[in-house]
Structures are given as structure tokens and as C-alpha cells.
Design a binder for this molecule. Structure first.
Ligand code: SAM
Ligand code: SF4
Length: 342
């Protein structure tokens, strides 16, 4: 049985030292994945022993504690969140916060491989929107980029999610010399199917097998190329996150750009991230972290957990400083995106 933590007026909202209120939590529920995307993981990954992972009950307590402190949007990610066994139990349990109105949105970022089976259950649990990562619509290139994925399975998953009434946004990492010439047709594919698409610049997180400078494609360049084909109209920022959105007059759809390297979005950052081992990262681009697993495991009461969260938020850094260039071939941070979930 999962414990129920009702939003309590006893807990104050989480506001950091720069006046930013934390309303968005991303939780990586596993470091494992059925893909090995070339920009995300090495071919040969060593995953964490199961005992290091937070249990589903611990994840529920942790998310509920943040919700009690004013988190309104919760995104589950990974690794691949939907390969975690019994994840639906956690999602169904967390959906009580949607019913109570404490939580506005419960969502996921997924590679889509399990969606054909799980879309209906996700919709029943109150999931209204998801992000699905697709970097190419060429099945052979898809296999190459993911090192093991089957594009048809993902496309079936997307169709199942849409059929279940879930809005799908496509995430596409822009990769030099890989999907660079395909981006326009991907945008048109997504917009034709009533899906927004967000382009992501590669971030220097974790050791991978290749050289990141070979993958890095600045979105400023992508944007200027798209501008020669389309009319892009800037949309006001409402997310507090690193994405900037435009609408494309010709397709009527929305296009996002996540440019952590060329755009400083830190002043409005309203989010923190927790890894599957319960480490709270206050900034995607910094090493500052606080362990929440120990306070979770040390007592059945959530007092120590709340104290650790408060302490962490008081130390949220002002911003980050990612760099990818020829002099900085090492990852800026040693952890992979699959640990903090993007
Ligand atoms: N497995 C799920 C998926 O792929 O959607 C969720 C986790 S994945 C780490 C979340 C997002 O991060 C995906 O859209 C992925 O493309 C992106 N990502 C992973 N590594 C990245 C990197 N080094 N730079 C930029 N984006 C990255
Ligand atoms: Fe897995 Fe997502 Fe990383 Fe690809 S990007 S290896 S799907 S966690």
C-alpha cells in the first residue's frame, strides 16, 4: 500500500534564494533503457544494482512530498520510464493528486516502445500529454541512432496514445550529418498528425562512445535554415524551461527549440530533477546535488525528507555553463542524461 500525503498548509512552497518558485519536478524512475541512443548512452552500459533504486513506494512518497510543497507538474522519465516493472502502479497511485487538484499535470517522456500496450492505462490514470522521442523517420537510421530500436513499434505506440486521447509531443535531438536534412519532413509529419515537435541540441552529459563535437548541430543554424522555408512566429514563453516556441504559419503547428548551450534560460528556471536513486539535482548543468534516499529510508515519517528538500532548494545554483567545443571534448558532467532524465 502506498501512503497518502495530502497537500498540507503546514508546508511552505519551495522558493530558492533567487526567488524562483519550484513548481516542476522531473523524476527519473530507472536508469535502464531498451535503447542505447548514440548521444545518450554508450553501447555497453553498466546499470545500477536494483537495491540502489528507489522503490515504487519511495518514489510515491518523494513525489507526494514535493506536491505537498507546491509542485504542480510532475514528469516521469528515465532511462525509459515504461520499462520499469509495475510503473503503472506508481502512476495510478500518483493520479490521486490529479483528482485532488494538487497536481495539474502528470506526464512522461518516453521512447514509445511500450505505448501500444500501456497508452489506454495511462489515459485512464489521467495522463493527458506525453513526450515521445523520435530522431528520424528512416527505419534504418532509427536503428542506427537507437542502436536497437524498431521504428514501427514506436509509431504504433504513438498511434495508440493518440487513439487513447493523449496529446503527443515529439522530441527530436538535432544531430549533425544524421537527421539534419530530415528535420523539415519530420516537422511536417508531426504537424500533419496534430503533434507539436521540439528540437533539442545535444548536451554534454556523460561518456558516450563517439565524439560529441561530431554530433553537435547548433539550433541557431537549424532555425535560420527553417526560416528560408517557413514563416516562424515567436510565441510567448510560458514554461519556465529551456524551450522556446514558434508557430509555423505554413503548417499551423508548434515547433520548440531547446537550446541549453546557446540560450540562457536559467533566470526563469522553476524545476528540479531527481534521479532513480533519489539524488536531487538542483540544476541540469551543475553537479550540486542532495541525497533524498537516506532521509526517505531513515524514517517512516517525511520530516527528514522535507528538511533535506528545503536544504537543497536553498542551494539551487543560479545557472549553468555548458560548453561543447574542440578544447572541451570531455563531457561537462560525468552523469548521463538517462540519470537525470533530461
Ligand atoms: N527514454 C526516454 C526518451 O528517450 O524519451 C526518456 C529519457 S531521455 C534521457 C529524455 C530526452 O533526453 C530524450 O528526448 C532524449 O532524446 C534526450 N537526450 C538524451 N541524451 C541527450 C543529450 N546528451 N543531449 C540532448 N538530449 C538528450
Ligand atoms: Fe534510452 Fe531515452 Fe537515452 Fe534513448 S534517449 S538511450 S531512449 S534514455
Amino acid at each position: 500500500m502506498m501512503s497518502i500525503v495530502a497537500p498540507s498548509p503546514a508546508y511552505s512552497p519551495l522558493v530558492d534564494n533567487f526567488g524562483r518558485e519550484i513548481t516542476y519536478l522531473r523524476v527519473s524512475v530507472t536508469d535502464r533503457c531498451d535503447f542505447r541512443c548514440v548521444y545518450c548512452m554508450a553501447e555497453d552500459m553498466t546499470f545500477l544494482p536494483k537495491r540502489d533504486l528507489l522503490t515504487l513506494e519511495e518514489l510515491d512518497r518523494l513525489c507526494s512530498a514535493f506536491i505537498a510543497r507546491g509542485v504542480r507538474k510532475l514528469r516521469l522519465t528515465g532511462g525509459e520510464p515504461l520499462v520499469r516493472r509495475d510503473l503503472m502502479t506508481l502512476i495510478r497511485s500518483l493520479s490521486r493528486h490529479l483528482e485532488s487538484g494538487a497536481l495539474e499535470e502528470l506526464t512522461l517522456t518516453t521512447n514509445g516502445t511500450q505505448l501500444a500496450n500501456l497508452a489506454g492505462q495511462l489515459a485512464d490514470a489521467g495522463v493527458r500529454r506525453i513526450n515521445v522521442s523520435v530522431d528520424t523517420l528512416d527505419p534504418i537510421l532509427f536503428r542506427k541512432v537507437t542502436r536497437r530500436g524498431n521504428l514501427d513499434q514506436v509509431l504504433e505506440g504513438i498511434a495508440a496514445a493518440q487513439a487513447a486521447g493523449i496529446r503527443v509531443k515529439i522530441n527530436t535531438v538535432a544531430l549533425k550529418g544524421t537527421n539534419e536534412d530530415e528535420l523539415r519532413s519530420m516537422i511536417e509529419w508531426a504537424h500533419d498528425r496534430d503533434m507539436d515537435l521540439t528540437l533539442i541540441e545535444t548536451m554534454p552529459l556523460g561518456e558516450i562512445d563517439g565524439d560529441r563535437t561530431d554530433q553537435y548541430l547548433p539550433l541557431s543554424l537549424v532555425r535560420s535554415r527553417l526560416e528560408s522555408a517557413y514563416t516562424l512566429v515567436d510565441l510567448p514563453d510560458r514554461t519556465g524551461g529551456p524551450a522556446r516556441y514558434v508557430s509555423i504559419a505554413e503548417t499551423g503547428g508548434k515547433l520548440g527549440f531547446i537550446t541549453p548551450l546557446t540560450h540562457n534560460f536559467c533566470e526563469s528556471c522553476n524545476r528540479v530533477r531527481v534521479t532513480c536513486t533519489g539524488t536531487l539535482f538542483m540544476c541540469l548543468g551543475q553537479e550540486d546535488a542532495v541525497d533524498l534516499r537516506m532521509p526517505l529510508r531513515s524514517s517512516e515519517s517525511d520530516e527528514a525528507l522535507h528538511a533535506a528538500i528545503e536544504n537543497a532548494i536553498a542551494h539551487k545554483p543560479k545557472g549553468h555553463d555548458f560548453i561543447i567545443d574542440r578544447e572541451h571534448r570531455r563531457p561537462a558532467l560525468s552523469r548521463h542524461m538517462s540519470m537525470t532524465g533530461g
